[in-house]
Design a protein around this ligand. Sequence first.
Ligand SMILES: [Zn+2]
Ligand SMILES: [Zn+2]
Length: 423
Amino acid sequence: MHTSTSCTILLLFLPSVLSFFLPPLLSPTSSPLPLKPFSPPPSRFQTKLFSSDFYADLGVGRNADAAEIKSGFRKMARKYHPDVNDTPEAKVKFQEANRAYEILSDPSTKSRYDQFGEAGVGTSAASSGGAGGFGQEVDLGDIFDSFFGGGGGGRGGRGGQRQRGPVQGDDLRFDLEISFSTAVFGGEEKVRIRHLESCETCTGTGVKPGSSVRTCSTCGGSGVQMAVTRTPLGNFQTQQTCSSCRGTGQTVDEYCGTCSGQGLTQKSKQVKISIPPGVEDGNKLRVRSEGDAGPKGGPSGDLYIFLKVKPDPRFKREGPEIYSEVAVSYVDAILGASVKVPVVDGEVEIKVPPGTQPDQVMRIKGKGAPRLGNAQQRGDHYVTVKVEIPKSITDKERALIEQLKKEGGGGGGGESGKGFFSK
Ligand SMILES: [Zn+2]
Ligand SMILES: [Zn+2]
């Protein structure tokens, strides 16, 4: 029941941040979705942004930084390292944490994992090198350093005592088209999304209320079955999700009928999105905790709003700068005039000075778009003057212009007025 209305909106579009976030968000949904009203795609995988849970293996959130990842691993190691805890469950936990840390502590594998999930870093224990088992390098000094009173401390991770820590739900993507003016000045939009919420009948456990739950006899509650594969390179210990309990470690007498034991139900919900002033096409907004709820009461993922800005035929925009054109008759360009120019928040009157040249650009200060993150500051509006030469003129006009020509005016004026051929 993650119906909390706390839609904290984070801006993720400072250029550097943008490029950091873009690949992980876009790659699994490779085709750039054309704009369309939100409808759940046929396969939910199209909107999944992340799939596996190395972060959960370390008891940290998906946004954990290097320090949190390290401290998460230390915590796991302190609890499950074979020197500390020699139960089979601990062994598995430690292997999981070890592998997760191996991937997440290295920026390059971490970023591949963030982008492509487990597929990006190879699967299962087999890829984690060498002679399998506990052969991986673990810096015990590092672990016991913190164990015996080093730094580390930190807040309690999500891993906890549970058999399997709650896993965060999936992030979702929503493509939202907004008007040019909303992008400039900000506004509020309501969107209807479908996401998974924790089942109300069973409070997310998937178990029918009152039904009994027992420890799985096949795996003894660990949720994992171990197997040793002999190869010429050595023995590989591989682990598989227990087939009897599908990894839950529990046997359930009766599952919840509302959610078919999933603990999650698909819900449609209206979410209010507040759009800050100054956003642009391609920006993303994050609405916290409006993604899918995590299985077994795990925290919800986030909802990412991908903004698409409808063009305005009158304006072009580059960040806070706005560009437009204004048509001015050749007479006004010669004599000067006042003309009305549409700007993003209405209309201003500008003075076209006498002798204005075709394509001359005039700047209207402070009439551009607000700067993202600093709405008080606005960019400028640039108007290009388009001098209109009439395609047909009245007889009277013709007479006047010919008169003008005889006077030696017209043409290019000034020095070149003497004519091109008469030098
Ligand atoms: Zn249920
Ligand atoms: Zn089992």
